[in-house]
Design a protein around this ligand. Structure first.
Ligand code: SF4
Ligand code: SF4
Length: 344
């Protein structure tokens, strides 16, 4: 483990930019978001996770897949340097690893190669993820429900603890360890630093809510799939879609062709299962006509279907959907209601 003082961050970011496109949390209007930076002065050093999610770095809200003219099809430009992301939280890093399973490792599919997404892979390949310990998790965080916690380093390349005047950096993955070994301006962390981490960790963990046992959730959801309880669970929802757009793990998208017979482009953009038109078929039939069905779909996808396919929940407990919902739908309450509900 190495340490750098706050005032040495600039040198680290400069060193990173030599080999990587560097993304970090920045102010973005009233929000905080991950954007490409060229110097450390642009970084927003909040103690909380960003209000907007980090999936946009690897899976942009909209992207041109190709352009065409009468002379043929043109692919988007090469990505260039690999991507490094500074300032992720442990839940952010986990969400990126989950999306990599979807876009690049659909191992449950019969022909895996068909399901590899070249746009995701071009950005994700060789990326370097710096995840930060959360020293003061806000009240909406519940990552500890998912076998994780504010000091869970397991999916990081490099795990960073902010001690108040310096950063302690621990290489976790092979790539992270190699990067730190090649970084010249460092001093090694000592026992005093480890003691500081212990105190900070205990304090951070004390902020977390009591753990809710989720092992029965997947099967319980299947049992109540057709139960009237969904009317109650979805009653408040106005299907605005904010929860899906803000969620770091939601990944539905649409593709549109824009142009005419001479020239144009194909664009991919985020979509959302909370919208009525999301499943409307050409015949006019809509299997998820009612809001109830759409809320059920989102819950089923996160806590049943994804578990079936990838043996983990498609939720990190980041709390963003709780903060953003205009009618105060709270996914924690929905989960708890389902777990304790006695089916009809
Ligand atoms: S943010 Fe709230 S109201 Fe909007 S779609 Fe999600 S649950 Fe429904
Ligand atoms: S469902 Fe909510 S808490 Fe879970 S990952 Fe998405 S935004 Fe975060």
């Amino acid at each position: 483990m190495i340490k750098i003082k706050y005032e040495q961050l600039s040198a680290l970011i400069d060193f990173l930019t030599e080999s990587y496109q560097v993304y970090a949390p920045v102010k973005h209007g009233k929000e905080t978001a991950f954007k490409k930076i060229s110097s450390a002065s642009e970084i927003n050093k909040s103690k909380y996770n960003t209000s907007l999610n980090p999936k946009d770095i690897f899976f942009p809200q909209s992207e041109v897949m190709f352009t065409y003219t009468k002379n043929g099809i043109k692919s988007p430009p090469e990505q260039g340097k690999p991507i490094a992301v500074w300032g992720l939280r442990t839940c952010d890093t986990k969400s990126i690893r989950m999306l990599d399973k979807v876009f690049a490792n659909a191992y449950q599919m019969p022909d895996k190669e068909m399901y590899k997404d070249p746009y995701w892979i071009a950005r994700y390949k060789n990326c370097l993820l710096f995840s930060f310990a959360c020293n003061e998790p806000p009240s909406t965080c519940f990552c500890n429900w998912f076998n994780s916690g504010p000091y869970d380093s397991s999916d990081s390349d490099i795990f960073v603890t902010d001690t108040g005047d310096e950063y302690l950096l621990e290489g976790i993955s092979e790539r992270g360890i190699k990067f730190l070994a090649g970084y010249p301006e460092t001093s090694q962390a000592d026992q005093t630093d480890l003691d500081k981490i212990k105190v900070l960790r205990e304090k951070a963990e004390s902020y977390m809510p009591p753990v809710v046992e989720l092992s029965g959730l997947k099967d319980k959801l299947l049992k109540i799939w057709d139960d009237p309880v969904w009317d109650e669970l979805s009653a408040k929802c106005i299907n605005c879609g904010a929860c899906a757009y803000i969620c770091p793990t939601c990944h539905c998208f649409d593709m549109r062709d824009e142009g005419n017979e001479d020239k144009g482009k194909r664009v991919r953009l985020w979509d959302c299962c909370m919208y009525q038109l999301f499943t409307k078929e050409a015949s006019g039939h809509n299997p998820r006509e009612l809001s109830t069905y759409r809320v059920r779909q989102r819950v089923m996808h996160k806590y049943n279907y994804f578990v079936e396919n990838y043996q983990q929940f498609l939720c990190t407990g980041c709390g963003r959907c709780i903060k953003v919902c205009p009618v105060n739908m709270d996914i924690r309450q929905i989960i708890q209601k389902i777990l304790t509900y006695k089916e009809v």
